[in-house]
Design a protein around this ligand. Sequence first.
Ligand code: ZN
Length: 351
Amino acid sequence: MLAAVCHGKKDLRIDTLADRALVAGEVRVAVAYGGICGSDLHYYHRGAVGDFAVREPLVLGHEISGTVIETGPGVAGLEAGAKAALDPSRPCLRCRYCRAGRSNLCVDMWFLGSAGRMPHSQGGFSQHLVLREDQVIPVPRDANLQHVAMAEPLSVALHAVNQAGALNGRRVIVTGSGPIGLLIARAARNAGALEVICTDVEDAPLALAVRSMGATGTLNVRRDPRGLARFAADEAGFDVAFEASGSPEALASLFGVLRRGGRLVQVGMLPPGTAPVPVNLLQSREFEFVGAFRANGEFRHAVELILRGDVGVAPVLSATYPLARAVEALEQAGDRSKVIKVQLAISEAAA
Ligand code: ZN
């Protein structure tokens, strides 16, 4: 079977990999679709994500859907041919965080397509993939597997919204209108936010934010670098801010537009190292500054919302490439003026 393997910076190959036998509790799936995430782009363009460098060949990909091929001993409720949402998180289920219901903080996590541990946790841009049975969530036969492959990014957005607390009647700003920022906008409106302002440095995603993702206003911070100033007065300030761009400048700017006692949720991944923030404002205005990392229990919730159409993910999907053209797809996915989410069609089942 074929897989898209990152061998280092700008070195992505379609390699032939061998299937391995299943052990108890495991399921083999044919991966149908795989969305390209910012972290996949970082591995491809820089050979690293944050502080995690590629030290051995790494199959990329973690936003996937597929079809069950084979089940190992002891697996119940999953049959060959079943379509499924595929959760990229495999927490240990034993550590103090897993037992406390915060498995996204697991100290022994296997997350698909991550160089965060050695040996690396191989990813999902692979025609066949072995998962633990709890990672395989069956969906109806008529489910759209391209939409289902958006469950992981939606789960990240839902987790960020959960980290923000109640949003009913709140005024919200989201910096960064990539897939996660746009899905946060949608989820925040669904959670009752009165106003959601989205920012970006490109016009195309901002137009989409208003047209399809529930944003009530936008700001292009490249064309209008002082545009945020109109929210600087306390009565114009935001109750909640989501930093979803990974830009240190965007992060610092949010401290100037949050109302007193407001909450800032950091969901974007910033460059390695430190980022300067005005801590005196945090102190004197009692801001709450919280992190949001991947997703916890939100994956199944995301699958449900997609299946019911409560969160329409179709507007975010820009293009689909066959696995064989993964390099082209990764190059295209980096052009934010043209695309939001690019997916790979991975196995024959997806064709
Ligand atoms: Zn754990």
